[in-house]
Design a protein around this ligand. Structure first.
Ligand code: GDP
Ligand code: MG
Length: 439
């Protein structure tokens, strides 16, 4: 999707007679790319109008960077779409917060409820899991295994067949034991069925959740709107988690679900592992969707500054990007300034720095560097994957650097994203070098 949109924009800026007709053609191309990415039809047509309104072609002053302007308009409109401007639920310490998961079978509920419990556990909440999936054989076993691995207390039954009864028993037991985050995993069906919806209502009235979360597979596609509406009507969820964003799906379905239900996405699943859960950030999500972030521009700028980049450049050319590479980039950015301009060139960084002035931005960069400096040499030279399964290391690093676990996680997320870009770019650069060598 990103490639198609960027191609449409560059075609426009490359064509010598940059007229309104070419501009219209470009918007059409962008919209068809969005449709293909499963963004809902009606949304796309709304988007089309707002982009046109945002970029008033006739009144563009000569000399403005039209490409950037148009890209920014598309970006801003998409961010508007995934940002419902509604505050998501925040659990409170010292009281039981009951969270119920709903969604179709295979959406990722069981996997995600463990991830979420671990997330809160690592932030000092007393968290536990209740398995109210009595429909699928093996459901309780799956939850048990995940929970045991994450050292999270759980409750379930192999004999009780009424999910509402199990849910109630589990929630009551854990409330008595003063748990603060009680997550109830429910069953799904392959399709939306009356039986599923009846079960959701029964469990909801049995445990009276403080928050219901709908789990949606990123590859849901055009059904996202209808499905999330149907779930919203029955279970009135207050938050969405999108899973499998690490897959091939472009995430257009997610945008449609938010727009259809006016409900915020709170987290995204980025892999099968327990730590593959990230807080949802609209700007970051959209820049990923659009493939934005001008890595190439950054590399060129860095080269022109003749900073010590040898290792990183060599790494990127090999498709590798270590945590130390990230640290070096951060400290180079500090030297390069102005920060806001530089940050915009790094994929994902622009979202992170959004709304910060240069001073706040440098403070944030400094804290990221402190985090890196609290790592061991082995950790710095790694691909960052070693932190998976090592929440205690992350806590240590947070302590050592005077930051928070959240910041350490954010840094690793940032690194993971950049490593992914480097991997892609490495391939391209190898081809480029081969082509140059042939000349
Ligand atoms: P449930 O039926 O809704 O409980 O779904 P499960 O939690 O059992 O997940 C179904 C499958 O999706 C499992 O194989 C999970 O490992 C996988 N899965 C869940 N979340 C993610 C994710 O974020 N990324 C990837 N790649 N796989 C995921
Ligand atoms: Mg399940």
């Amino acid at each position: 999707l990103g490639r198609r949109i960027n191609a449409a924009v560059s075609d426009l800026t490359r064509s010598s007679n940059l007229d309104e007709k070419a501009f219209d053609g470009m918007i059409k191309e962008i919209c068809s790319a969005l449709l293909q990415a499963d963004v809902n039809v009606r949304l796309v047509s709304k988007l089309q109008k707002s982009i046109k309104a945002a970029v008033n072609f006739k009144e563009l002053a000569p000399g403005v960077n039209k490409k950037r302007l148009i890209q920014k308009a598309v970006f801003d409109e998409l961010v508007q779409l995934v940002d419902p401007h509604a505050e998501p639920f925040k659990p409170k310490k010292g009281k039981p917060n009951v969270i119920m998961f709903v969604g179709l079978q295979g959406a990722g509920k069981t996997t995600t409820c463990t991830k979420l419990a671990r997330h809160y556990q690592s932030r000092g909440f007393k968290a536990c899991l209740v398995c109210a999936d009595t429909f699928r054989a093996g459901a309780f076993d799956q939850l048990k295994q995940n929970a045991t691995k994450a050292k999270i207390p759980y409750y379930g039954s192999l004999t009780q067949t009424d999910p509402a009864v199990v849910a109630k028993e589990g929630v009551e037991k854990f409330k008595k034991e003063r748990f603060e985050i009680i997550i109830v995993d429910t069953s799904g069906r392959h399709r939306q069925e009356d039986a599923l919806f009846q079960e959701m209502v029964d469990i909801q009235s049995a445990v009276k959740p403080d928050q219901t979360i709908m789990v949606l597979d990123a590859s849901i596609g055009q059904q996202a709107e209808a499905q999330s509406k149907a779930f919203k009507e029955t279970a009135d969820f207050g938050a969405i988690i999108i899973t499998k964003t690490d897959g091939h799906a472009s995430g257009g379905g997610a945008i449609s679900a938010v727009a259809a239900t006016h409900t915020p996405i709170v987290f995204i699943g980025t892999g099968e592992h327990m730590l593959d859960l990230e807080r949802f950030a609209p700007q970051q999500f959209v820049s990923k969707l659009l493939g934005m972030g001008d890595m190439q521009g950054l590399v060129e700028h860095v080269q022109s500054l003749k900073l010590d980049q040898k290792d990183t450049m060599k790494h990127i050319a090999e498709g590798v990007f270590t945590v130390r590479d990230l640290r070096d980039q951060l400290s180079n950015i500090m030297k390069m300034g102005p920060l806001s301009k530089m940050a915009g060139m790094i994929p994902g960084m622009s979202g992170m720095m959004q709304g910060m002035d240069d001073e706040e931005g440098s403070l944030k960069l400094k804290r990221m560097i402190y985090i890196c400096d609290s790592m061991t040499a082995k950790e710095l030279d790694s691909d960052g994957k070693m932190f998976v399964d090592q929440p205690t290391r992350m806590t240590r690093i947070a302590c050592g650097s005077g930051t928070s676990v959240r910041e350490v996680e954010d840094l690793l997320t940032q690194h993971k994203m950049m490593a992914g870009m480097a991997k892609k770019m490495g391939g391209n650069m190898k081809n480029m070098q081969r082509a140059q060598g042939a000349m």
